[in-house]
Design a protein around this ligand. Structure first.
Ligand SMILES: Cc1cc2nc3c(=O)[nH]c(=O)nc-3n(C[C@H](O)[C@H](O)[C@H](O)COP(=O)(O)O)c2cc1C
Length: 139
């Protein structure tokens, strides 16, 4: 089946902590490997920006689970496209926390140096993740 890419932004819910991010990443890596879904999760302790790529059915299935997860809210779909190839094929779910390396890159794709995925177009958020992939080690 052909490939799609989905990008969304969301905001952490009240009470979100370190254990939550660890649980999210371990579940994401486990399920995504089984479903042949790949991607990256950017996080600045307030907002998420996530890219999911894989077959349409598996990406949609994963996104529906994510939408129903109470650890975040204000989920906004930024981009959904059929694609010819994956861009994060090496990562069942790469993790990109904000750091001194990622901050300067935000200004290139949004109006402020703050990481605010709601302030980016779908295309800018996608380009931001590609620039991060090429310039910062993904965990
Ligand atoms: C920001 C965020 C990103 C997530 N990303 C993924 C993901 O890429 N793949 C996935 O299977 N679950 C992801 N989850 C977790 C799912 O929402 C859900 O909790 C999990 O898949 C349930 O796993 P379980 O049925 O084994 O308990 C994410 C959750 C959040 C809040």
């Amino acid at each position: 089946m052909f490939l799609v890419r989905l990008v969304y932004a969301s905001t952490i819910s009240e009470g979100f902590g370190e254990a939550d991010i660890e649980d999210i990443l371990s579940k994401a890596k486990h399920h995504n490997s089984q479903n042949c879904v790949t991607g990256v999760l950017c996080f600045n302790r307030k907002f998420f920006l996530q890219c999911l790529e894989g077959s349409r059915s598996k990406v949609n299935f994963t996104y529906h689970k994510i939408l129903n997860d109470h650890r975040h809210h204000k989920v906004v779909l930024l981009d959904y496209k059929e694609i010819a190839q994956r861009e994060f094929a090496e990562w069942s779910m790469g993790y990109m926390p904000e750091s001194s390396l990622t901050t300067p890159i935000n200004t290139k794709y949004s109006g402020t140096p703050e990481f605010d995925p709601y302030a980016m177009s779908g295309e800018s958020s996608h380009q931001l993740m590609l620039t991060l992939r090429d310039s910062v080690p993904i965990l």
